[in-house]
Design a protein around this ligand. Structure first.
Ligand SMILES: [Zn+2]
Length: 295
């Protein structure tokens, strides 16, 4: 069983440590047109930014990458078409990263998912006993019938083990705000330092996850945006990434509006909160090996 070595006695002495883990990004064709780095005739590099949070009473994950079964049966778990198109890096298994840090998989008692796309939910099966905190609209999108356009992104096989869902909805985030964004502050069984921030658009029930580290806030924005330049005052992003983003929009106007809110937050609260996305390799490189702060 996991025991934090400095359990929080009060809100002031809380203990939250964050590890940035790469659950395997993609290596699609297009170089600069996707990742903004020099060279077009090479494969681009994206990350799959997940977090392992050591908090006062245990371990929590934010997102899970493709998962271990993507290694053992990739065509079933991820799908042949996705593999051919995006060239996912499947040997970056979050459960193994957790073990490399000296923990057991069973120590992870909670998982908060930004959404249930196959590159975020694939590792849920590696933690079958964990409680999975999710937005209800996302669960409905995955298990409901929204037609072919949304069916390609979710892989029902990834949840066949029956995750222990803990779902939240509009009423849970009505009254609370974090830096001007609505937030769910009461994630059952988790300390109040970890919040869910609804950011619909990419999918119907997409959320960000905010963590108060005691030394500034982190906001994992999931796929609410995908390239660091989108958070600049004059947003910019490579053409290929932009086409990709649009092709994956479920609710475009919400995605655009939430990106605007995030950009505003970044500029108004730069000293208090570090915002990053799932797939920007530049942001991942900036934050890996830190407790989350660029300063
Ligand atoms: Zn994604």
């Amino acid at each position: 069983m996991y025991v934090a070595d400095q359990p929080g006695k009060s809100r002031r002495s809380r203990f939250v440590r964050v590890h940035h883990l790469d659950g395997g990004g993609t290596r699609p064709l297009g170089g600069r047109l996707i990742d903004g780095q020099p060279g077009v005739l090479r494969r681009a590099a994206t990350a799959c930014h997940c977090l392992l949070i050591e908090h006062s009473t245990g371990l929590a994950l934010v997102d899970t990458g493709y998962g271990e079964q993507a290694v053992t049966r990739p065509e079933v778990w991820v799908g042949r078409q996705i593999i051919r198109r995006t060239r996912p890096v499947l040997d970056q298994v979050i459960a193994r990263h957790v073990e490399d840090l000296g923990f057991a998989r069973e120590d992870v008692r909670d998982i908060i998912v930004t959404h249930l796309d196959l590159d975020h939910a694939g590792g849920l099966a590696d933690f079958p006993e964990a409680t999975v905190h999710v937005y209800q609209a996302e669960l409905d999108a995955m298990t409901g019938a929204y037609g072919r356009r949304e069916r390609f992104r979710y892989r029902p096989v990834q949840i066949e083990h029956g995750p222990k869902w803990m779902a939240y909805g509009e009423s849970d985030s009505r009254d609370d705000h974090l830096f001007g964004l609505r937030a769910v502050r009461e994630l059952r069984g988790l300390p109040t330092e970890i919040l869910m921030v609804p950011l619909a658009g990419h999918t119907r029930g997409h959320v960000g996850v905010a963590v108060d580290t005691g030394n500034g806030w982190l906001l994992h924005a999931g796929d609410a945006y995908s390239f660091h330049g989108q958070m600049e005052r004059r947003p910019r992003m490579p053409l290929g990434a932009s086409v990709f983003q649009r092709s994956l929009d479920t609710l475009r106007s919400s995605r655009v509006e939430n990106q605007r809110r995030l950009r505003e937050l970044v500029h108004d609260h730069r000293d208090a909160v570090t915002v990053f996305s799932s797939h920007c390799a530049t942001e991942f490189e900036r934050l890996r090996g830190t407790d989350g702060h660029e300063r």
